[in-house]
Design a protein around this ligand. Structure first.
Ligand code: IYR
Length: 220
């Protein structure tokens, strides 16, 4: 059934120089983003997190099914449970499950099985992908849709001035249980959110982004 349609609104037609200036400004904002692992414990108002989730939830999705659910956690007891479960998985990962190639690729990050930030950072946002809708029907392009929404969430949090870490302990099934989410939802990532701590450091190579030429091809 075709639904009623309404006129598009909200798109002006800025002059090209204005568009270019906006594009540069946005690029400047995004290029200051770094993945943070040293967080300050200072609280962040819930309304900021809510607003960033609202921004993420404007993402395009397959058939507009919006197949995402965000669980925002500030409760210390829940963060402690998540840390314990994540560290158990990570100990298995670093202690033999990960291939040598994988560990070599991670070496520059200096990561290990200790994840204190899961308790220190004021907010954790667990992102769930809904394979099925509320009516039990299949959702389409779920991973693509939730990936886009997660990128928008990270962008919104960064533009609000917050640091984030995209954390993916594998497997992450423990998140479903701790967050009370149904088996039809797959935990995709855990976004750790807070202010970077004073004196936070990042790997020097975090600044090495591939060039435009490396990441793109223009035809025509
Ligand atoms: N999940 C592990 C390992 C890890 C994997 C990748 I790929 C990274 O970019 C970073 C870490 C951990 O969080 O330590």
């Amino acid at each position: 059934m075709t639904e009623a349609r309404i006129p598009l609104s909200g798109y002006g037609r800025p002059f090209a120089p204005e568009m270019l200036a906006r594009a540069h400004a946005f690029h400047r904002t995004l290029r200051t983003r770094r993945t943070i692992r040293d967080f300050a414990p200072d609280p962040i108002p819930r309304e900021i997190i809510e607003t960033c989730i609202r921004a993420a939830a404007t993402a395009p999705s397959g058939a507009n099914q919006q197949p995402w659910h965000f669980v925002a956690i500030s409760a210390p007891e829940t963060k402690r449970k998540i840390r314990e479960a994540a560290e158990a998985e990570e100990r298995a990962f670093y202690g033999g499950k990960a291939s040598d190639d994988w560990l070599d690729a991670l070496a520059p990050l200096g990561t290990d099985a200790e994840k204190p930030f899961l308790e220190i950072a004021p907010w954790l946002i667990a992102v769930f992908a809904q394979r099925r809708g509320d009516d039990g029907g299949k959702n389409y392009y779920v991973t693509e849709s939730v990936g886009i929404a997660t990128g928008m969430l990270i962008t919104a949090l960064h533009s609000a001035g917050l640091g984030t870490l995209t954390h993916t302990p594998a497997p992450m099934n423990f998140l479903s249980e701790i967050c009370g989410r149904p088996a039809t939802e797959k935990p995709l990532v855990l976004i750790v959110v807070g202010y970077p701590s004073k004196g936070a450091t990042v790997p020097a190579h975090a600044l090495d982004k591939k060039s435009l030429e490396q990441v793109s091809t223009f035809i025509g």
